[in-house]
Design a protein around this ligand. Structure first.
Ligand code: ADP
Ligand code: MG
Length: 702
């Protein structure tokens, strides 16, 4: 019955059905039921007339209708009534529908709803909704009235919010007698345990709640259900992959790994790094394909872990790839991997969109013959002409940008078995996001920093405090330390753009005056320079010949200068939280005290202020990522929109984190007891999963 076409519903018909299909994608009864209100008009409480002021939002009052007056004549005619409760009285005014007004019954009890305003120097409610308080209404008078999302086209067909409410009401009238036939998607034992209403009641309670309790219960059930089925799918797919998908077995620890570990490694790995490498090594030896997420704060040393995993794959005779979200980051990885691989006999190449023609052709050929050991690049790696001889392991550096679909494309790059996949995020991701967008992956966390790191003291200063900032810089430089000054580079596509270079150049002029030669030396680096010039400037800073490095984002140049102890971030309000955190992680690597100064204009948006405050308050990347998610909302985290995974109708991973956690735990528990959902009590779950499978994007993964 719920799959019945919408045009057969009372009050719809072909024309309106067409509009509903086109405008809202509603084809069936079921889909109409899922068009949930996006807010409610609260009619659960009554205002006292004496409390009403001109600025009041919509108010609902209960009282007795007194005198009705007719004022003026002809087109200027209007009607007023005095409405009184036990606290006072207010005027009601009508300009239209006057004959209808005359039928109102003076002396009877009514409920009035509307927005107060001043009319004719008196507080009045113009064109209020007014309903006679019947015996029936007295019993269940209070409601939350649903407000539905509609469109201009629908409104011309009288399907505004009220019109939609009307047809949805008709639908409930129609399905009410058969409500027991509606397939239940959640088992009875679960509903009882969680005290959640049955499906029909949940739908009723979300569309036409009689009170807040009923509404809350309905909402809880629908949100839980949304999370629950997503989690079941994710966990099932994870389970399947873990047991069902064959993977290459890497059980040799060979020459490259040992050579690097014994001779190239400049420091001792942290215990967390050792643990994570062990976890990954184990994964690579089981014969099942690995899908693992490597998390760790900025500077926790993920790169070296990833690199050592590549070496394991190489030692077992396979090719490897590392995919980064931007050209700049790919280049940065390329540089640091070349550095780490010094002395090893490896062929390492980079492939991005800018590598074209003969060079590209030659590169692709040597990839296919198996000459290339490590290929680093952007999403250019996903493209069809990129063919490996025997790809065994892919490291994906995500930064929340790729998402499930892109990840799965790398799977097809080896026809025998899918390669092992290690996903690495640049900054930590919030737990709720990890549970949804990355919920199908196993997780390894580096929860320990290399020794000697100190928290970075962070300040937020306005332009008017520039002198203070200069003073701080001079103090650090006098101690023999170095300072970064970073300017925003907004988009990679603006690389050619001049504006940020202009900001940088103007800043440079000021700095030259404040920090004159020969006492001070300044390096300057930006995207318009030739790579060779950039390198000269960078090297001077790295060797300690210059004390100040001015640049458009230091990420771009991928520096690692332990002697740098201070970072000034200009126009800091133009950076996102994750980016600020990532940048700040570039200082404090030398073991001494480290500082970050965020410079902003005086006028800040509430968002901007929150970002600065967060940065000043904490250096914990996990806390910062939570704040970022709260600020931007799950819909704006890169990579999650196109994956479709966070398209919940009611649930929200930020506000409903608690429900999400519970849904995940319960899904886990159920699958642990009944991996294939074969037990009779779980049949509602299985049936629901089957009936919704096709419409769900998650199948793409495997
Ligand atoms: P991230 O996790 O942010 O990618 P990196 O891998 O870039 O961090 O590492 C940050 C810096 O810390 C690098 O300069 C790296 O050489 C260094 N590093 C990594 N592991 C250790 C360690 N165990 N001891 C000391 N320094 C380390
Ligand atoms: Mg990194």
């Amino acid at each position: 019955m719920l799959n019945t076409s919408i045009e057969y519903l009372k009050g719809v018909g072909t024309a309106r059905a067409d509009a509903l299909k086109k405008e809202l994608g509603i084809f069936t009864y079921f889909q109409l039921l899922q068009h949930y209100p996006f807010r409610y008009v609260d009619k659960t409480r009554f205002h006292k007339i004496k409390d009403i002021i001109n600025d009041s939002e919509y108010v609902q009052i209960k009282g007795i209708l007194r005198r009705i007056n007719s004022i003026g004549a002809g087109r200027k005619r209007r009607m007023t009534a005095i409405f009184r409760d036990d606290s006072g009285s207010i005027e009601l005014t009508w300009f239209k529908g006057l004959s209808w007004v005359q039928n109102l019954q003076v002396g009877k009890e009514y409920i009035v709803y509307g927005k107060p305003s001043i009319y004719n120097k008196k507080l009045s409610i113009v064109h209020p909704e007014i309903t006679l308080l019947t015996e029936e209404k007295k019993v269940n008078a209070s409601t939350l009235e649903p407000v539905y999302h509609s469109t201009e086209k629908l409104k011309t067909r009288r399907l505004d919010s009220k019109g939609l409410a009307l047809i949805i009401k008709n639908l409930f009238v129609k399905i009410h007698p058969q409500r027991n036939l509606i397939p239940e998607s959640m088992p009875k034992y679960l509903l009882e345990r969680l005290r959640l209403p049955e499906r029909y009641h949940a739908w009723m309670g979300i569309h036409f709640p009689r009170n807040k309790v009923q509404y809350n219960m309905a909402q809880n059930r629908i949100k839980f259900e949304e999370f629950f089925f997503l989690q079941l799918r994710i966990l099932q797919s994870k389970q399947q992959k873990r047991t069902g998908i064959r993977g290459f077995v890497f059980n040799t620890i060979g020459e490259n790994f040992n050579e690097f570990y014994n001779n190239n490694l400049a420091f001792e790995l942290t215990n967390a790094q050792k643990r994570v490498i062990k976890e990954i090594r184990y994964d690579l030896s089981t014969g099942h394909q690995m899908n693992r997420l490597l998390q760790g704060d900025v500077g926790s040393g993920k790169t070296i872990v990833a690199f050592m995993c590549l070496l394991i794959a190489l030692d077992n005779g396979y090719q490897t790839a590392l995919m980064a979200p931007t050209e700049i980051l790919a280049q940065q990885h390329f540089n640091s991997i070349l550095e780490m691989a010094k002395g090893l006999d490896l062929k390492i190449e980079i492939l991005t969109g800018t590598i074209k023609g003969k060079k590209r052709k030659a590169l692709l050929e040597s990839l296919e013959t198996g000459e290339i050991d490590i290929l680093i690049g952007t999403h250019a790696l996903i493209e069809d002409p990129v063919i490996f001889k025997n790809l065994g392991l892919v490291v994906v550096d995500e930064q929340h940008r790729f998402g499930v679909v892109q990840r799965s494309k790398m799977w097809r790059k080896n026809v025998t078995n899918p390669p092992h996949i290690l996903v690495m995020t640049a900054t930590p991701i919030p737990r709720t996001l990890a549970m949804t967008a990355y919920g199908d992956l196993d997780v390894s966390i580096i929860d320990e920093m290399p020794p000697g790191r100190k928290p970075i003291t962070t300040y937020h200063k306005f332009e008017s405090q520039r002198l203070w900032t200069f003073g701080q810089m001079k103090r650090e430089i006098a101690k023999g330390h170095q300072v970064y000054i970073v300017y925003p580079l907004i988009e990679e596509s603006e690389y050619e753009g001049l504006s940020e270079v202009k900001d940088l150049m103007e800043g440079y002029e000021v700095m030259l005056r404040e920090f004159p030669r020969p006492d001070y030396q300044i390096s300057i680096v930006h995207g318009r320079q030739k790579p060779a010039d950039k390198k000269i400037e960078m090297d001077r800073f790295a060797r300690g010949e210059t004390q100040i490095l001015m640049a458009t984002t230091v990420i771009e140049v991928g520096v690692n200068v332990p002697n740098a102890s201070m970072m000034i971030i200009e126009n800091a309000e133009r950076f996102g939280l994750a980016q600020l955190h990532q940048l700040r992680g570039r200082v404090g690597r030398g073991g001494g005290d480290a500082f970050c100064i965020l410079m902003t204009g005086f006028k800040l948006s509430a968002d901007g202020r929150f970002r600065m405050e967060t940065m000043v308050q904490t250096t914990d990347g996990f806390k910062i990522s939570e704040a970022d998610l709260k600020l931007r909302g799950p819909g704006n985290i890169e990579g999650t929109q196109q994956s479709g995974i966070l398209n919940f109708k009611l649930a929200n991973i930020v506000q409903d984190a608690e429900i999400l956690r519970s849904a995940r735990n319960i899904a886990k528990e159920i699958l642990a007891n009944d991996p294939k959902l074969e037990k009779p009590e779980n049949s509602p779950i299985l049936n629901h999963l089957k009936s919704t499978q096709k419409t769900h994007g998650f199948g793409l993964i495997s």
